[in-house]
Design a protein around this ligand. Structure first.
Ligand SMILES: NC(=O)c1ccc[n+]([C@@H]2O[C@H](COP(=O)([O-])OP(=O)(O)OC[C@H]3O[C@@H](n4cnc5c(N)ncnc54)[C@H](OP(=O)(O)O)[C@@H]3O)[C@@H](O)[C@H]2O)c1
Length: 283
């Protein structure tokens, strides 16, 4: 029989904000899929979460988001073993390397980990989320995207490569992608939001930014708010716990179409949220 509490996937659950979000969500869901790239860290996390939440099945799932083959395996595993998903929290991210670094799939590292991989996960699990009772996609973004206003990746030969700019561009793409999802999901039970959790003391922040951040507990509260808040119309950008207006560029249809085109070509698939005609919710 189908459980009444939801099934959730949190990416980047082994550290920082994702770890704190997983700790909160573990008490609220039936099955919590905690994602990471390090099996030992995931096992240790599950060993902490499971005894504290006896009513929840905590399942570690491993994938390096810098490898499409890993993401593909993760999608297939979730589809085959669970066959349903209610909440997808795309939290994992990296600021990348000091110099322009390509993944083995041939993409700038931050762009692949922070945007292409979440878009791939969303595409591969979209039909499951669409038929969930109250499906929710939460993309964890960063307000730094406002400084770049484009998702263009630096070319490999670009001597001006700056990892913080590449990070911001990947987040611009994730916000524009969320805006595209919001339009596509209108009239369905599936909702999509993005959340800037606020400047927070974590590994990512210590590696790349020189000013101090707030506690992960406050950031996790903000992400939880984005997971549970009622969504009204186009109010999809959450900053802290406030709904704010996103940059106008991410709302432009040509920008969203161009991003979807690039994404579909890279992933070599027809993106389910770009299907013509109204999306159907299934039975
Ligand atoms: N901290 C801030 O001030 C701040 C501000 C705004 C937005 N955010 C956003 O908040 C989210 C969480 O970041 P955080 O600050 O909590 O950073 P964090 O502590 O560095 O955690 C990042 C998580 O992503 C995982 N990850 C990184 N690269 C990966 C890859 N290639 N494959 C799989 N997993 C990977 C990390 O795994 P490992 O443990 O294996 O490294 C870790 O679990 C990010 O989306 C970030 O952009 C953070």
């Amino acid at each position: 029989m189908r459980q009444t509490r939801p099934t959730a996937l949190v990416t980047g659950a082994t550290d920082g904000i994702g770890r704190a979000v997983s700790q909160r969500l573990a008490g609220l869901v039936d099955t919590l899929l905690v994602h990471g790239r390090c099996p030992e860290s995931l096992t240790a996390l599950a060993a902490t979460l499971a005894p504290a939440n006896p009513g929840t099945s905590v399942v570690p799932v491993v994938a390096d988001l810098g490898r499409f083959a890993d993401v593909e395996r993760l999608i297939q595993r979730i589809r085959t073993i669970y066959g349903h998903l209610d909440i997808l929290v795309n939290n994992a991210a990296t600021v990348g390397q000091h110099s322009h670094t390509l993944t083995e799939d041939g993409h700038e590292l931050a762009f692949q980990v922070n945007y292409l991989a979440p878009a791939f996960l969303t595409a591969g699990l979209f039909d499951l989320l669409l038929v969930a009772r109250r499906g929710r996609i939460v993309n964890v973004v960063c307000d730094a995207y406002r400084d770049v206003a484009t998702f263009d990746q630096d070319s490999p030969g670009n001597r001006c490569y700056n990892p913080v700019v590449a990070y911001a561009q990947s987040k611009f793409a994730l916000v524009a992608h969320t805006a595209s999802l919001v339009s596509a999901c209108s009239g369905t039970r599936l909702t999509a939001v993005c959340v800037d959790p606020g400047f927070t003391e974590t590994k990512l922040q210590r590696q790349s930014f020189c000013w101090p951040g707030g506690p992960v507990s406050a950031a996790a509260d903000n992400v939880l708010y984005a997971v549970t808040k009622p969504v009204h119309d186009r109010e999809f950008y959450v900053q802290g716990k406030k709904i704010v207006q996103p940059l106008s560029e991410v709302l432009q249809i040509p920008v969203q179409r161009q991003l979807d085109k690039v994404t579909g070509e890279v992933l070599d698939m027809s993106l389910p949220w770009t299907a013509t005609g109204p999306l159907r919710m299934g039975a």
